[in-house]
Design a protein around this ligand. Sequence first.
Ligand SMILES: *Cc1c(COP(=O)(O)O)cnc(C)c1O
Length: 236
Amino acid sequence: MAPEAGRREQLRANLARTREAIATACRAAGREPESVRLIVVTKTFPASDAAALVEAGQADLGENRDQEAAPKAAELARLGLEPVWHFVGQLQRNKTRSVARYAHWVHSVDRARLVDALDSAAAAHGRTVSALLQVSLDGDTSRGGVSLGELTALAERVASAGSLRLRGVMGVAPLGWEPAKAFELLAECSDAVRAVEPAASEVSAGMSGDFTAAVAAGATMVRLGRNVLGERESMA
Ligand SMILES: *Cc1c(COP(=O)(O)O)cnc(C)c1O
């Protein structure tokens, strides 16, 4: 088998195995498998892998750096492939113009000035971007995320932005925390955001190491990279 065909086969198998693992986690939690959307995070992997995943039926892809995501999205578009792109990494205001061109979802909205910049950028492209508020569950906002105390005000700001749609919350289990405890706290944050916008019911939680706990706590989106693509080269 040509190496490229071998990689495609491997990705297909990994994808099937991962979907089955999500379904198992759903059944264990008494939930329908369709209630959880799989986002495959393709960061550090080539556009050819992302293309193979879309061709295998994977509709949602995630990236965390614009410098990598923008050319990858353009390359897939050239191939006629249009996945739903989710931007999941820390976002600088000067990148919002670029990100709003390809990203349908931004999971990392965490401060008022970013809301305003992303709203203007989406408006400039004539698009509406779905926004999730990234919450800093341990209050260490240096790693991204809004503090719990500022969550409601930020939700109100997104809800009143003309080109953003407030869709829910996103969280990452802090290092050293029991994942279940982190995702229960995120579920409380989801309640607070739904008090502002009842339709904002999405909860983006869970990575390759902890998605079972996230599904048990009510995640509606899991963001998985290594489970599907394999280990990444170490990143700076
Ligand atoms: C890389 C990344 C993921 C996926 O992590 P894996 O451990 O590869 O599953 C999920 N969410 C964010 C924000 C990421 O940066």
